[in-house]
Design a protein around this ligand. Structure first.
Ligand SMILES: *Cc1c(COP(=O)(O)O)cnc(C)c1O
Length: 389
């Protein structure tokens, strides 16, 4: 395969392969040309060069989380992000422990379902589709349920796009002396999250979100003493995080066949992440994408699900217009014909759709998207009343 198949881009960011759409989805997402090119080579899973790549990734992820000593371990695990969440829950919650799940969307619900499979007791604070859990509510629940050992929180609930008040909630959890598991899947790498500011015990994320790699593995950053005390707790051979870590520490290799191409692509993506200015650089670009998107969509007459203060720089939910000619499937197809793939909504009540701000997307591409949306509405015969801002 020659590099000529990846055409030069028309913006400072690499365009997707010619004719293919931009993925405005929260992972898989549009990756850079350099990240795609990193996959043009095959790697032996036992090879020293590949092991070095794995070691560097683990070290860089710990640094991104602000870990400066060996108090935390980084354990990569094959599979999508959910596999890592499941492994983390099984590792961090004792079999006779009890979890409090802070729930405001699909990923909190998935954690509860996972605990049902694992046979771990749990209670939930369920805020519905999009309201943030409040620190005083969590405080009251932990007072009423002193038997809770562990609190689980989704940082950015990707199903609505809300950025939950992690810092305030973490402070309450720690004031009660409980353990905190953060699903930072869709935020890590773009929203600052370091141990000195957020005293988490476990953080879970994956390759194909804000670090802009391709799917294939997730990773768990976990307090080492918590990991080491988990011996015998795992319910699953392949999801045994402690064994995965021990094997990697001992041999430098993954315990079972690693997603080699995904790993080297992630290594390249991390290099670009650093070159962009790390977490702050990425946050700035995604925030700009979000601001241009939201302003442009409001200008077209769309409304956001969330108030401005809860909007994440990751993904935004818009209500589907009431207009009789608006149909999501048709809107999707019109946009795809114009090289943009968006995401259906995940609300239980209202009709909605979502647009991601992450991946190799920048302001000129967002402006191009806004033009494509205006054209699509016109093609569908949908006219919108502009809402007063
Ligand atoms: C993407 C995501 C996950 C993991 O989903 P997979 O489909 O298994 O990769 C978990 N939590 C959140 C908040 C996510 O955005």
């Amino acid at each position: 395969m020659s590099h000529a198949e990846f055409p030069a881009s028309h913006t400072p960011l690499a365009a997707p392969v010619q004719g293919e759409p931009y993925l405005l989805t929260p992972g898989p997402l549009t990756t850079s040309r350099a990240t795609k090119e990193a996959m043009l080579r095959d790697w032996g899973s036992w090879d020293a060069d590949f092991n070095r790549v794995t070691a560097e990734i683990r070290q860089q992820l710990l640094a991104m989380a602000g870990v400066a000593d060996d108090s935390y371990a980084c354990v990569p695990l094959q599979g999508s992000g959910t596999f890592s969440v499941e492994a983390a829950l099984a590792t961090a919650i004792p079999r006779d422990g009890k979890a409090l799940i802070l729930m405001n969307g699909a990923y909190g619900q998935r954690a509860a379902k996972t605990l049902d499979y694992l046979g771990r007791a749990h209670i939930a604070l369920d805020k519905g589709d999009y309201l943030p859990p409040q620190p005083d509510e969590v405080d009251a629940l932990l007072r009423a349920h002193p038997e809770v050992t562990t609190v689980f929180l989704v940082h950015c609930e990707t199903s609505s796009g809300i950025l939950n008040p992690l810092r305030e909630l973490a402070a309450v959890v720690k004031a009660h002396g409980k353990r905190l598991i953060v699903d930072a899947m869709s935020s890590f790498g773009a929203v600052p999250l370091t141990v000195d500011e957020v005293p988490f015990d476990v953080l879970v994320s994956s390759a194909n979100k804000c670090i802009e790699g391709i799917p294939g593995f997730g990773f768990v950053i976990i307090r080492r003493d918590l990991l080491e005390e988990s011996a015998g707790r795992a319910h699953s051979l392949s999801l045994d995080l402690l064994e995965q870590w021990r094997y990697m520490e001992r041999t430098g290799q993954w315990r079972f066949t690693p997603p080699t191409h995904s790993v080297v692509a992630f290594h390249a993506a991390l290099e670009q992440h650093a070159a962009e200015g790390g977490v702050q650089g990425r946050l700035a670009r995604y925030t700009r994408n979000r601001d241009v998107l939201v302003a442009g969509m409001r200008e077209l007459g769309f409304e956001t699900l969330l108030e401005d203060r809860w909007l994440s720089p990751i993904i935004t939910t818009f209500f589907s217009p009431e207009h009789p000619a608006f149909e999501f499937k048709r809107f999707y197809d019109e946009l795809k014909a114009r090289q943009f793939v968006i995401y259906p909504g995940k609300l239980t009540q209202a009709e909605s759709f979502r647009i991601g701000c992450i991946g190799q997307i920048d302001e000129p591409i967002v402006r191009q998207l806004l033009r494509a949306i205006a054209e699509s509405l016109q093609a569908m015969g949908v006219t919108l009343e502009k809402t007063a801002a």
